[in-house]
Design a protein around this ligand. Structure first.
Ligand SMILES: Nc1ncnc2c1ncn2[C@@H]1O[C@H](COP(=O)(O)OP(=O)(O)OP(=O)(O)O)[C@@H](O)[C@H]1O
Ligand SMILES: [Mg+2]
Length: 354
C-alpha cells in the first residue's frame, strides 16, 4: 500500500508519542528512546535506543510502534535497534566502581545450589545480547570461576601489573584464583576477605562495563556483607534449589539484603526438575516450585527455573558454560530470559531513581 498523501516527520513523531514503553509506562518519545526519525517517501526509518541490549520487550515495542504508525499507511517501516545502559546511582557513602555502570550480585545462603553456574551463564547471556559484561569471583575461599570459564588458575601469578580481567566468551573475568596455583587452599580471615573483594572491585581496570556480575560465596559471610555495604550494588539475584532446606536459607539471604537496603531482583529455582533424555519423562527430583512459593511469600519476583541438566555440569567442568556451549538448548534459553528480566529490572529501578 502506498501513502495517500506524503507523511511528514511530525505525523510520525505524533504517532510515536502515543506509544508507551511497556515497563516504564511512559511515552517512548518522552523517554528519549526515539533518537532519530527519517521519512523518505513512504519509507520511515526509526533509530530506537533501548535501555538494555538484553531487553526482553523489544518485540512488544516493535509491534506497538508498527500498530501506532498503521493509520499513516506507511509502506516500509525500518527500526534500527540500539541500546544505552545507564549507570545505577550509588547510595550515600558508596564509592562508584570506575568503568562499571551496574553491579549485579548472585547470592544464596546455602552452598552448592548453583550460584557460580547462574552467575557465569547470566554473564555470558548478557554479553551475547550485546552488553559489555564482567564477572568477579568473590568466592575467595574456593574460587570456581577459572575452571568454569576454562581459565587456568594461577596464570597471573607472575604478573607485576596487578590483577587484570581475562577475556573469555565476551566476558571480562576476574578471580582471586588467577593468582593462586590450582589446588592451593586459601586461608583467609574475615577482614582479609572483605578487603580482597574491595580490591577486586576497585583495583581492577574494568573496561566500560554495562554489567558487572559478582559471584558471592555461600552464606552471610564477611565477603557478602562487606560487599553489599560498600559496593554500589544495583541488586541481587537469589539462587535456590526447590527443597525447603534451601528455600529457607534463600529467604534468610533475602532478609539480609533487604536489611542492608540492597534491592532484591528476585529468586531463581535451580535444579528445578529433570527431563530424562532417553524417555522425555520429567522427574521433580528435589520437588518443584519451592522457590516460586518462597518468592511469593516474600513478595519478590520469581525469575525462572533451570532444570538439572547434565550439560551444565559437564560444561562447568570443561570450562564452557551451557549458554556458550549449547546456545539453542532450553536451558540456555531459560538463562537468557532470566538475564533479560534482570537487565530490565535494572532499567526500571534507574528510572524510578532507586
Ligand atoms: N542445573 C544444574 N544441572 C546440573 N548440574 C548443576 C546445575 N547447577 C549446578 N550444577 C552443578 O552443581 C555443582 C555446584 O554448582 P555451583 O558451583 O554453581 O554452586 P555454588 O552455589 O556456586 O557453590 P558454592 O556455594 O560452593 O559456591 C557444580 O558442579 C555445577 O556444575
Ligand atoms: Mg560458587
Amino acid at each position: 500500500m502506498t501513502a495517500q498523501h506524503a507523511v511528514s516527520h511530525d505525523d510520525v513523531m505524533a504517532a510515536l508519542a502515543t506509544v508507551n514503553d511497556p515497563e516504564l509506562h511512559a511515552s517512548i518519545v518522552r523517554l528519549g528512546m526515539v533518537k532519530e526519525v527519517v521519512v523518505d517517501g513512504d519509507k520511515v526509518t526509526i533509530d530506537f535506543e533501548l535501555t538494555t541490549p538484553a531487553c526482553p520487550l523489544r518485540e512488544t515495542i516493535d509491534h506497538d510502534i508498527r500498530a501506532a504508525l498503521e493509520p499513516l499507511g506507511i509502506a516500509d517501516i525500518q527500526i534500527e535497534w540500539g541500546a544505552r545502559v545507564l549507570a545505577s546511582n550509588p547510595k550515600e557513602g558508596q564509592k562508584p566502581v570506575a568503568g562499571v555502570r551496574n553491579i549485579i550480585a548472585v547470592a544464596s545462603n546455602k552452598g552448592g545450589v548453583g550460584k557460580s553456574t547462574v552467575a557465569s551463564n547470566l554473564a555470558i547471556a548478557l554479553a551475547r545480547a550485546g552488553a559489555s559484561v564482567g564477572i568477579i569471583d568473590a568466592d575467595i575461599t574456593g574460587p570456581n570461576l577459572p575452571t568454569m570459564f576454562g581459565l587456568e588458575q594461577g596464570f597471573q601469578k607472575e604478573s607485576t601489573g596487578g590483577l587484570r580481567p581475562a577475556e573469555r566468551f565476551g566476558v571480562q573475568v576476574v578471580s582471586i584464583g588467577f593468582l593462586l596455583p590450582k589446588g592451593t587452599p586459601v586461608v583467609w580471615r574475615g577482614p582479609m576477605i572483605g578487603s580482597a573483594v574491595r580490591q577486586l572491585l576497585h583495583d581492577v581496570p574494568w573496561d566500560d562495563l554495562d554489567y558487572l556480575i559478582i559471584d558471592l560465596p555461600p552464606g552471610t559471610s564477611d565477603a557478602s556483607m562487606s560487599m553489599a555495604q560498600d559496593a554500589p550494588v544495583a541488586g541481587v539475584v537469589i539462587v535456590s534449589t526447590p527443597q525447603e532446606v534451601s528455600t529457607e536459607d534463600a529467604m534468610k539471604a533475602v532478609a539480609m539484603f533487604e536489611k542492608l537496603d540492597v534491592p532484591v531482583f528476585g529468586m531463581i529455582e535451580n535444579m528445578s526438575y529433570f527431563v530424562a533424555p532417553d524417555t522425555g519423562t520429567r522427574y521433580d527430583i528435589f520437588g518443584h516450585g519451592g522457590a516460586q512459593k518462597a518468592a511469593d511469600e516474600l513478595g519478590i519476583d520469581f525469575l525462572g527455573e533451570i532444570p538439572i541438566e547434565p550439560a551444565i555440569r559437564e560444561g562447568a567442568d570443561k570450562g564452557v558454560p551451557v549458554v556458550e556451549g549449547f546456545p539453542d538448548s532450553e536451558t540456555a534459553k531459560a538463562f537468557e530470559r532470566i538475564a533479560g528480566q534482570v537487565a530490565a529490572r535494572i532499567s526500571v529501578l534507574q528510572r524510578m531513581g532507586v
